[in-house]
Design a protein around this ligand. Structure first.
Ligand SMILES: [Zn+2]
Ligand SMILES: [Zn+2]
Length: 486
């Protein structure tokens, strides 16, 4: 049988989170495989009570492990690399990433006691990683974390561009700007682009996305206007935003104090890898308590209402000797991810009870998205002129909307959700198989199947209530029947 090119999402298609996409090339059933990204999703009380992390089920990949050549990680967000430490042992192949992302991957491996040298650091295009029938290049692309990369995957059947998460930002503050000249070149090389596998997250946002650089002035104006202590929270991985916030602090005569392990880790990896330069000098919490309140800005973790993060701790009173007071100001320079609204609201109300003025980014003044909006996605289609568009990184409705947009402009397209194997060899994508896909839960430190019953039992207990029976059995008294044994 003729060789074919296949695509198989195992996570991230039909949901936003736990990205894991397989590409294969070879004789049907014998294709050589690569995996792009290995991320997590966070659990919630309604569907997965007590679960910290959710990751893709990899049974199919484990069964075909001898065909797997390697894993490529596009960027350092948890939904793209968060499962590396937890699932790598099941696959046991080298991981490839650029320096900043690779350094984060190595920390993930070390966190689990795994060999960090499994993570190979590769440079951006024109460097090529050749694995089996695949020649892979990392192409710098803008997003809300430095060093994001799209992948060019060249195969005997043609060129795939896998965008990873991206936006069209010519001035991203930190990291690589989007460069249309480079992309035009990529589209015009050889036979052009066969497949564009494209981020769908913001397909429903009708206006062109805004640049990270547009936030500097509004944030500076805001900081200047505050009279007492200033606190700002955002995603720790949004290093450009951390820099914008810190620079605004310095320009207004404030010292910066970073609170939260993730925040300090990101800044130190940023400095170590040379991604982050001229970051203002920071002070520790001890020093911050000694300065006048109007000379301090805290940049803290917990923008999504995470209970143990610095934002939540500060909202409850004191954290590391620091406490917020009447007249202080707290800025959420972030979007609340759907599902986290209640947790974020709780923190805002607690801050309000302390007399703190709370500012959010709902009107877009203090936050821009890291994903391409509808006109940007369309611009990408038109710039690359692929034979076919495969929407990824989205819930079903996002995938469908991008498919319709692509088809409207004459590009072949398809909806392929997790577990759907698509043959990309011909002129249009064709579904050829349905693989069993699913989720694995991290329950404390144990990985369990989503269907294993533990979580189902918890939901049942939460909905129906539960009765507890405590029985004291005296082993010496054999005449006493065991309660509950009949
Ligand atoms: Zn993502
Ligand atoms: Zn991302």
């Amino acid at each position: 049988m003729a060789d074919r090119l296949i695509y198989l999402p195992l996570g991230g298609a039909g949901e936003i989170g736990m990205n894991a996409y397989v590409y294969g090339y070879g004789a049907p059933g014998k294709e050589r495989l690569i995996l792009v990204d290995l991320g997590v999703t966070f659990g919630d009380m309604e569907t997965s009570p007590g679960i910290d992390l959710i990751m893709p089920e990899l049974t199919w990949l484990e069964q075909n492990r001898d065909r797997l050549e390697g894993i490529f990680i596009t960027h350092g967000h948890e939904d793209h690399l968060g499962a590396v430490g937890h699932l790598w042992s099941r696959l046991d192949v080298p991981i490839y990433a650029r320096l900043f992302t690779g350094t984060l991957c190595r920390l993930k491996m070390e966190d689990q006691g795994l060999p960090a040298e499994t993570v190979m650091i590769v440079g951006p295009r024109p460097e090529v990683t050749q694995l089996g029938p695949f020649n892979v290049q990392f192409v710098p692309i803008s997003h809300s974390i430095p060093e994001s990369a799209a992948l060019i995957i060249d195969t005997p059947a043609g060129r795939i561009v896998h965008t990873g998460d991206f936006k069209l930002d010519g001035t991203p503050v930190v990291g690589d700007p989007f460069n249309p000249v480079v992309w035009r070149e990529i589209a015009n090389e050889g036979r052009g682009i066969k497949v564009l596998t494209c981020d769908s997250t913001n397909i429903f946002s009708p206006h062109p996305g805004r640049s990270e650089a547009t936030l500097a002035n509004p944030i500076l104006d805001w900081v200047m206007a505050q009279k007492n202590m200033v606190v700002a929270t955002t995603f720790a991985s949004n290093i450009a935003r951390l820099k914008t916030l810190a620079e605004a602090a310095t320009a207004s005569g404030r010292k910066v104090c970073l609170l939260g392990r993730a925040m300090r880790r990101m800044v130190s990896v940023g400095l170590e890898t040379g991604i982050l330069t001229d970051f203002p000098e920071t002070i520790g919490p001890d020093e911050a308590t000694e300065l006048p309140r109007n000379k301090v800005m805290l940049i803290v973790t917990g923008s999504q209402g995470e209970r143990r993060a610095a934002s939540a701790q500060l909202s409850r009173g004191r954290y590391l000797g620091l406490s917020l007071k009447e007249g202080d100001s707290f800025l959420f320079s972030s979007r609340t991810i759907p599902g986290n609204e209640r947790a974020v609201n709780r923190i805002m109300n607690s801050l309000s009870e302390l007399g703190v003025n709370v500012y959010d980014a709902d009107d877009g003044t203090f936050h821009v998205s890291g994903h391409a909006n509808r006109p940007d996605i369309q611009a990408m289609h038109e710039l690359l002129q692929p034979d076919m568009v495969v929407p990824m990184h989205g819930e079903h409705m996002h995938l469908r909307e991008q498919m319709l947009l692509a088809q409207e402009k004459g590009f072949a397209s398809i909806i392929a959700t997790d577990g759907t194997m698509v043959d990309l060899t011909g002129d249009a994508p064709q579904i050829v198989d349905q693989i069993e896909s699913g989720r694995i839960y991290l329950d404390g430190s144990v990985l369990i199947g989503a269907m294993d019953g533990i979580v189902r039992d918890r939901i049942r207990m939460a909905l129906n209530g539960h009765a507890m029976v405590s029985v004291i059995v005296d082993e010496d008294d054999k005449s006493c029947p065991m309660p509950g044994s009949n």
